[in-house]
Design a protein around this ligand. Structure first.
Ligand SMILES: NC(=O)c1ccc[n+]([C@@H]2O[C@H](COP(=O)([O-])OP(=O)(O)OC[C@H]3O[C@@H](n4cnc5c(N)ncnc54)[C@H](OP(=O)(O)O)[C@@H]3O)[C@@H](O)[C@H]2O)c1
Length: 353
């Protein structure tokens, strides 16, 4: 059976989902929704670098919602338009189409999403008899599904630390880097991601997902961060980093058990490889690492794009395919908000070709 799928948004992640859907043997691309005026009217294949598909991009959301489709793959922006993105998702779900998404990352573990948003989405699922699944590589895989899978090898666990150790210099998203994460701003600038509770909102659900899978009760979830500044100005594709402004960011979201941080997600984000040499280092510019202390002790390194020109592109492909590959299972699932704990069998069917 093939499932009829609409791609919604073609940004850094969405463009790869579009290509993934068009090439997937169990999926048929039947629609494409874009926000950009410049992309409307163009063939989907042209936008994602494959041959003509016959599917033409539109920014008429009502026309998209009227299409006959089993699922929408939604990768619309969420920075500074969270309410609009949730509204888009509710309209899609209520229209009778299942939804996979990388947008609004706390949805990787719906039980930990703030009730006002969770209840809106649950209500839309009930109205449409539909299912929502949110994932990606981080969160969605490396700090939650991967440690949970590794924990199946454990007799005893003292601590779990899941790290993203990445150089973001080639991440083509100026607004996220500068306005949301605070790169290129003076230290102490109130970047939205670093405000009290924001990191916990983003990655806390992954900590909760690991804790729940392990049957552990968390006392609380805490966040901390530190930054380093550039000692000299330099350029990245998204803009300029002045001397004295933020060029490196390290944060932790900590699941506290019996007063100790026992389940920790850590991101080490540099814009140049030589920044903050005292912070953890990966094997190259893009490493996801899970360290489990206990019996046995384990370290698992996932080097994304290890032989690619741009590991950030590979990371976006991985995030997109994590949800595209889930579409057949999501379409077969019972209605409601699902996490990977509900749909553990996701695999890259058709990817070996
Ligand atoms: N879990 C993970 O591993 C992971 C990884 C990366 C990203 N994400 C999340 O995935 C989502 C997409 O990320 P991205 O990097 O692809 O974002 P992006 O490059 O900013 O693309 C988002 C797209 O949203 C559309 N858009 C922009 N402004 C809009 C507006 N005002 N109204 C409606 N649509 C608008 C545009 O689509 P068109 O270009 O088609 O017009 C744009 O390309 C974000 O929420 C991000 O946080 C998750």
């Amino acid at each position: 059976m093939t499932y009829r799928v609409i791609q919604w948004a073609t940004g850094n992640v969405g463009v790869h989902a579009l290509r993934g859907i068009a090439q997937h043997p169990e999926l048929e691309l039947v629609g494409l929704c874009v926000h950009s005026e410049k992309k409307a009217g163009r063939d989907a294949g042209e936008l994602c670098g494959i041959g003509e598909t016959g599917v033409v991009a539109t920014h008429d959301t009502d026309a998209v919602l009227a299409l006959d489709a089993d699922c929408v793959s939604y990768m619309g922006a969420t920075d500074f338009r969270l309410n609009d993105a949730i509204e888009d998702m509710c309209r899609i779900l209520a229209s009778g189409k299942n939804l996979v998404t990388t947008s609004f990352v706390p949805l990787v573990y719906p039980p930990a999403v703030i009730p006002q948003i969770r209840e809106r989405l649950e209500s839309a699922c009930r109205d449409g008899g539909t299912t929502l699944f949110c994932s990606g590589i981080d969160p969605g895989f490396s700090p939650d599904a991967l440690p949970i899978a590794l924990s199946s090898l454990s007799e005893r666990i003292e601590s779990i630390r899941a790290q993203e150790i990445f150089n973001y210099a080639t991440y083509d998203q100026a607004e996220t880097l500068f306005e949301v994460m605070g790169f290129g701003k003076p230290p102490g600038h109130p970047a939205p991601l670093l405000l009290p509770g924001a990191l916990t909102m983003g990655w806390g659900p992954s900590v909760r997902m690991v804790a729940d899978a392990l049957g552990v009760t968390l006392d609380e979830v805490r966040q901390l961060h530190e930054v380093v500044v550039a000692d000299a100005p330099f350029e990245i594709p998204a803009g300029k980093i002045d001397a004295g402004t933020v060029a490196g960011l390290r944060f932790e979201v900590q699941g506290i058990v019996a007063g100790e941080p026992r389940i920790v997600i850590e991101h080490v984000t540099r814009l140049r490889d030589d920044i903050a040499p005292h912070w953890p280092r990966g094997n190259g510019p893009g490493t996801y690492r899970v360290v489990i202390e206990g019996m046995p002790s384990m370290r698992c390194d996932l080097d994304i794009g290890f032989r690619s020109d741009d590991h950030n592109v590979d990371g976006c492909v991985a995030s997109a395919m994590r949800v595209v590959n889930a579409i057949p299972q999501v379409c077969r699932a019972e209605p409601g908000l699902k996490s990977w704990l509900d749909l553990p069998g996701i695999a890259g069917r058709g990817a070996l070709r």
